[in-house]
Design a protein around this ligand. Structure first.
Ligand code: HEM
Ligand SMILES: CC(C)=CCC/C(C)=C/CC/C(C)=C/COP(=O)(O)OP(=O)(O)O
Length: 291
């Protein structure tokens, strides 16, 4: 095996270990919270430091998740080729990576921003790695628990910029919190057989892809529409982005309603892609329209 091949395959394993795409969106949402703080002005160095800190903390949390889920990840087609279940990486190496990246990320948050954001980062890492992850094996309430660390990145960003938890930070937390339910239930609907094989019951209505599950996705998508305009009501952002958030919310709600009407995998897939589209558009629009 050539050296360059070995380096490339190691890099690929580390990218999978930190769930790079998910982590990127998590970190972007953290920068979103930071940049929307009224007194914060854009500074490239600060934003890069925030990306580095967030990438390391989220990377660590996802590594802990994969160390703890090595055996169930082996049972699902979606996850079987990850570096730990596939045997390309030892648990020891992954645990070392988790400790080093977690400590490095929290240190960056504490030293370059403030200790409030560092403590919140540690809390979200613990909630995701050590509360949500084991909870998944018990029941679907795990998703409610996982949605807390999932929504914390914008709040951490807000804390990094303001050094306190203002109502603006909580408004952004609320948007990302509500968004996660249709996001994840669409994924769990698509991968239902995979999850069943591994013994997970993560859909809300008796663990199944049925009308009650879809109705709950519709409910959260509906709640997301008023939540999307709270930053405008708090005068953090302007009216144009509030209109965009309402339109994006209607689009997301429509996709959830279509899942309720059709109850099939193609509709769930549309809702899943709709979730990425919704969050990206709303975050960019609010950022561009800061008051
Ligand atoms: C309760 C909270 C959440 C749960 C249970 C959840 C679950 C999942 C799962 C299982 C996947 C994998 C889908 C696959 O294997 O193809 C996924 C993908 C993804 N999630 Fe989430 N998620 C949550 C919150 C979030 C948050 C807060 C973000 C970012 C702001 C996010 C962004 C993403 C992205 C970008 C992907 C695509 C990853 C890829 O294609 O590689 N998720 N989510
Ligand atoms: C700032 C910070 C520490 C953030 C960490 C929180 C974080 C990564 C939240 C993502 C939300 C989440 C519950 C993902 C699903 O994992 P899963 O185990 O259901 O996914 P899987 O089955 O693909 O492993």
């Amino acid at each position: 095996m050539s050296l360059s091949y070995a380096v490339a395959s190691k890099a690929r394993d580390y990218f999978q270990l930190m769930k790079f795409n998910l982590t990127f969106m998590v970190v972007f949402s953290c920068a979103w919270g930071y940049l929307l703080v009224p007194e914060v002005e854009f500074g490239l160095l600060k934003v890069l430091l925030l990306f580095a800190g967030g990438l390391l903390v989220s990377g660590s949390a996802n590594t802990i998740n994969q160390v703890l889920e090595k055996n169930t990840d082996k049972l699902m087609a979606r996850t079987a080729s990850r570096p730990l279940p596939a045997g390309r990486l030892s648990e020891r190496e992954a645990a070392l990576v988790a400790v080093l990246t977690g400590a490095g990320g929290i240190a960056i948050m504490g030293l370059c921003f403030n200790w409030l954001s560092a403590v919140l980062s540690l809390v979200s890492l613990i909630l995701y790695g050590f509360v949500y992850t084991p909870w998944k094996k018990w029941n679907s309430l795990a998703v409610l628990v996982g949605a807390i660390p999932g929504a914390m990145p914008p709040l951490i960003g807000w804390a990094a910029g303001a050094n306190h938890l203002g109502e603006g930070g909580w408004a952004l937390f609320a948007i990302q919190f509500l968004w996660q339910f249709p996001h994840f239930w669409a994924i769990a609907w698509i991968a239902h057989q995979d999850y069943t094989r591994a013994g997970f019951k993560l859909l809300p209505a008796a663990g199944g892809p049925n009308k009650m599950t879809a109705l709950q996705a519709v409910t959260y998508a509906l709640l997301l529409i008023p939540a999307g305009i709270v930053p405008y009501l708090l005068k953090i952002t302007g009216s144009i982005s509030a209109i965009i958030a309402i339109l994006a919310g209607i689009f997301f709600l429509y996709r959830a309603i279509m899942l309720y009407r059709k109850c099939d995998v193609p509709s769930a897939r549309k809702l899943m892609f709709g979730s990425y589209i919704y969050l990206t558009i709303v975050q960019l629009a609010l950022l561009a329209d800061k008051a």
